[in-house]
Design a protein around this ligand. Structure first.
Ligand SMILES: [Fe+2]
Ligand SMILES: [Fe+2]
Length: 191
């Protein structure tokens, strides 16, 4: 009888030990639990490019919010500044997600422009600035829509983040389009 009791206890202890070992091993992986179906390394790589895109957007909108001049530029400046703030929120969210996935967010200014999907274009006047922003937003919308689809159910958290950012970029594109129409009187691109 005592032998049986000992046998019952032994496997139980072994299981606890294995569990603890596993938990300890998993600790280093942070938010990546065993049922994470994505490829964290590849996801981080993709998100580094999204991060660069968002940083470039922060810089471009910030620059435009200061440099915009001309008739009724105050409202446009305010809109640019508001967008810069929202792009910064995206930048922070993406950087945090990279960290959760075990990566190190790349804020290195060196090579930033080539890592980014959108360009840093200053524009020589108010209309050019609005156009540059509209182009950048449309690139981001296309890119992010593809990414949201790509992450799918393998990584629902990253997918949700990309969908949230995507919806804000669509609003940004719409805002730029409206500004262009109100300043130029005609749409540059068919809605
Ligand atoms: Fe953004
Ligand atoms: Fe945007």
């Amino acid at each position: 009888m005592p032998d049986t009791a000992a046998n019952d206890v032994k496997p139980f202890l072994t299981d606890v030990k294995a569990l603890r070992n596993q938990a300890r091993k998993n600790l280093a992986q942070g938010a990546i639990t065993p049922n994470y179906k994505g490829d964290p390394k590849h996801t981080v790589e993709i998100l580094q490019s999204v991060l660069a895109t968002e940083i470039v957007c922060v810089l471009r909108y910030t620059m435009h919010s200061i440099a915009a001049t001309g008739i009724s530029s105050d409202a446009v400046k305010a809109e640019f500044a508001e967008h810069a703030k929202e792009e910064q929120e995206h930048m922070m969210a993406v950087a945090e997600r990279i960290t959760q996935l075990g990566g190190e967010p790349n804020f290195n200014p060196e090579g930033l422009a080539s890592r980014s999907a959108s360009q840093y274009s200053t524009g020589s006047n108010l209309i050019d600035m609005i156009k540059e922003n509209l182009i950048a937003e449309r690139i981001a919308v296309e890119h992010y829509r593809e990414l949201a689809r790509y992450f799918g159910e393998d990584d629902p958290s990253t997918k949700r983040m990309m969908e949230w950012i995507l919806s804000v970029e669509e609003e940004h594109a719409d805002d730029m389009h409206d500004l262009l129409v109100s300043h130029e009187g005609k749409p540059m691109l068919a809605k």
